[in-house]
Design a protein. Structure first.
Length: 435
């Protein structure tokens, strides 16, 4: 018996669904209640198929009970989509939710025509598209994540390049806005909604974006809509902070900073981590002007686990950047992103600059090490040294040596030369400075 046949049998046997019509459509379970209300969800998105049957049955029955309680009445002719009540994360382990989206468009869109949509991914996806002065159209949203454009149909997904816009007389902002509006009206359902699932990972509570298929993470670029969702889901959690996690193009999670089991979610991300398929699975908060990576206070298990995840993905992203920059031209000494550990147990990023490097750039890291080998010539008084300190402290002390690279994304710092003896002594005295 396959998974959906099992789900259909369990739903048909539910005591509150004796007079209901239960059907399956691919991976969806559709329920039409006797009073005309209906609901649907994807059991496979919320239940581990390899769990014991008794566990799966218990979870599915709870999902069905939640769905029955919150099923919406038949749709009425209106331009305003209905809003189903949000299942409280304080009281339920699993559930589904919908949030209001844009009004119905005036005209139906031809399903056979390409639809312009935003696509969100990590920096390497966009950097790899650079070739002969052209690249995918993209705008950085954070230091490591950007939004690009694709034409999507049922049969293909084709990125939009700057050369494609050359003759259109349209600027990037205008085209991006069109793509976001298309995302808002693209769910594949008659009513345009954002569909979300609620589940648990370990004991941590998670909300996930369910649609559009293949573009779940594209909502990351719609900051206005994310603000509305944030207000909606925190209505019953005053003072708590929603954290948005961009895992992959098809996985976009929301968790809560005050969840005592948030570590369960982070550990699950560490266990399944794959820098080749995941985007940047770190929690972010939503500010008025965009996204900010959320970093908890150091010293506990959560902070250490997040720092391990953070440095792992930053290292992979910067490694890809250095590899590509080495192909593009001569940028001097391009230093890589290393990982080290600090006394509180956290992993942090480290860059190293040697006296022989001359000129080049370093990634934007927490720490930097200045190194120099002892001179083999007796007439040169240049003792061996290795000094490690906070990068922002080093930039403050040796301000003439650093310059933010205006053309580099993810961010890099240009360095020319090496600190003189007086500056070296100042750097040495600042190795314990935090600020």
């Amino acid at each position: 018996m396959d998974f959906m046949t099992w789900a259909h049998n369990v739903a048909s046997a539910h005591p509150q669904l004796q007079d209901a019509i239960v059907t399956t459509n691919d991976e969806w379970l559709d329920i039409l209640l006797s009073d005309g209300r209906s609901f649907r969800f994807r059991p496979g998105a919320l239940i581990r198929q390899d769990s014991p049957e008794s566990t799966r049955t218990d979870i599915l029955n709870r999902l069905l009970t939640i769905g029955i309680e919150q099923a919406v009445p038949p749709a009425t002719p209106t331009n305003t989509p209905e809003i189903s009540p949000h299942p409280s994360l304080m009281n339920t382990d699993h559930g589904t939710d919908t949030l209001p989206l844009a009004p119905e468009p005036d005209e139906d869109e031809d399903d056979g025509e390409p639809r312009l949509l935003p696509i969100v991914d990590a920096a390497p996806f966009f950097l790899h598209s650079h070739h002969d002065g052209d690249s995918i159209v993209y705008l950085p949203l954070t230091d490591f994540i950007a939004v690009g454009l694709v034409n999507d149909t049922k049969n293909y997904e084709r990125p939009i390049y700057y050369s494609h816009l050359a003759d259109s007389m349209r600027d990037v902002g205008e085209v991006m806005s069109e793509a976001v509006m298309n995302l808002r009206s693209f769910t594949g359902e008659e009513r345009h909604m954002i569909e979300m699932g609620v589940a648990t990972i370990g004991n941590g509570q998670v909300m996930s974006f369910m649609k559009p298929e293949g573009y779940q993470l594209s909502w990351w670029c719609d900051v206005e809509m994310m603000h509305k969702i944030s207000e909606h889901i925190t209505a019953d959690r005053p003072g708590d902070i929603p954290l948005f996690i961009p895992i992959s193009r098809t996985q976009f999670y929301i968790v809560f900073a005050d969840d005592p089991h948030l570590i369960d979610v982070v550990n699950a991300l560490l266990e399944t981590s794959d820098t080749s398929t995941m985007v940047y699975p770190l929690p972010h908060t939503l500010a008025a002007d965009g996204w900010r990576e959320w970093v908890p206070f150091p010293g506990d298990e959560l902070s250490q686990a997040l720092s391990q995840l953070r440095t792992q993905y930053r290292q992979a992203i910067y490694n890809a950047q250095v590899d590509l920059m080495n192909r593009w031209g001569d940028f001097g000494s391009l230093k890589s992103y290393r990982i080290t550990h600090i006394p509180t147990g956290e992993s942090v990023g480290l860059a190293a600059w040697d006296a022989t490097d001359g000129h080049g750039s370093v990634p934007d890291t927490d720490m930097i090490t200045f190194t120099r080998q002892a001179s083999p010539h007796p007439w040169e008084d240049a003792p061996e040294l290795s000094i490690t300190l906070r990068s922002h402290v080093a930039r403050e002390i040796w301000s003439d040596g650093f310059e933010r690279d205006p053309d580099a994304w993810p961010p890099r710092w240009k360095i020319t030369g090496f600190p003189d003896a007086d500056t070296i002594e100042q750097l040495r005295r600042a190795t314990d400075r935090e600020f």
